[in-house]
Design a protein around this ligand. Structure first.
Ligand SMILES: [Zn+2]
Length: 347
């Protein structure tokens, strides 16, 4: 084994229920959201404060620390999010291993990230999972509240796709026994901030998408993953508007501000949703908007005809039944709209 795994379990209590997981079907990747907090720092917190939340494993630059046995449930994703159910047919807490990346402060990102990648590959092997399908970020399951682990990775220039590629390579290298794959295992971490003119790759594309979403269009080349003059000018406009040093380089501060702005603004979606209340018997283009969105969300109303009939009502009710916060009344209103928007963003 490339790295040592330390098993130092916390006591049974709020954080560790002792309930068993029947079948591990996927991995939820997290970061701690608390820069500088170490693996053992987190263990101490969960042991002593004992909140009703937890994750199985905390990883920093020294330890891969399992604080909850992998055959027990940990509480790391809200139960009333639906993407886990839709994608895996189960709630994350009941069927997934939660892995936390420790970062920031004195923690060497490079070392922590290598262990984090390796450990994901280890879990893929151990539970016979598919590296393409069975790793999901916490933010993808709970987009209205969470940004992890992309938030931590992005600080160091690692995109979600870089991460998945790194896990897949680590899996092949360390667990599948293929020896022909090239070094380095950890590709993503070689991207260093600041990013500027002449850089290219997945991470540049992420920046470009964020710029566009923040209202700084790239009319000639779009999000083409190449940092050219157009991107540079957009970055400079962004920096000027937000009182940052105008250098056209995306460093820590510009990236942070960009994430702040884009997470605050709703991304433009192809499925705009109307305000107000719509229900059975209503007709018009607004009903059509709701029907299109339902279809996109796989709650197919059968006809996109602008008529709120029984089938549309049923599709709305089926969507509502996914969320304990919504009444299953088949009536489209502000709350249902909010949840539909969240789910559309998530796709
Ligand atoms: Zn998380």
């Amino acid at each position: 084994m490339k790295y040592e795994i330390t098993r130092d379990y916390i006591s049974i209590g709020n954080s560790r229920s002792g309930q068993s997981i029947q079948n591990v079907q996927f991995i939820v990747s997290h970061d701690t959201g608390n820069p500088g907090s170490s693996a053992y720092g987190n263990r101490n917190y969960f042991e002593n404060t004992n909140p009703t939340a937890s994750a199985h494993t905390f990883i920093d630059d020294r330890y891969i620390l399992e604080i909850i046995p992998l055959d027990e449930k940990a509480w790391h994703v809200r139960y009333n999010v639906s993407t886990d159910n839709r994608r895996y047919g189960a709630n994350a807490n009941d069927a997934a291993i939660g892995v936390e990346l420790c970062y920031g402060g004195n923690i060497s990102f490079q070392e922590a990230y290598k262990r984090y990648v390796w450990y994901h590959a280890y879990l893929i092997d151990k539970f016979n999972l598919d590296p393409d399908e069975d790793i999901i970020g916490h933010s993808m399951l709970d987009p209205s509240r969470r940004t992890d682990p992309q938030n931590a990775m992005n600080r160091y220039g690692v995109s979600w796709n870089d991460f998945l590629n790194d896990v897949e390579q680590a899996y092949r290298k360390y667990f599948e026994g293929e020896e022909s794959l090239p070094e380095p295992v950890v590709g993503g971490a070689s991207v260093q901030l600041p990013i500027g003119k002449g850089d290219s790759g997945e991470f540049v594309r992420d920046i470009q998408k964020d710029l566009i979403q923040a209202g700084y269009s790239l009319p000639a080349y779009g999000a083409d993953s190449v940092f050219g003059s157009e991107t540079e000018r957009a970055v400079m406009r962004f920096q000027r508007d937000y009182n940052l040093a105008v250098d056209g380089l995306v460093g820590q501060q510009t990236l942070g501000k960009l994430k702040e702005v884009t997470s605050a603004s709703k991304p433009s979606t192809d499925f705009p949703l109307p305000g107000g209340i719509l229900q059975k018997g209503d007709e018009g283009p607004e009903v059509k908007q709701v029907q299109r969105a339902l279809k996109r969300l796989n709650f197919d109303p059968r006809y996109i005809d602008g008529i709120y009939g029984s089938l549309t009502e049923d599709a709305v009710a089926r969507f509502q039944s996914m969320f304990s916060a919504l009444d299953n009344d088949g009536i489209y209103g502000p709350n249902t709209r909010r949840f539909m928007e969240m789910e559309l963003e998530d796709m």
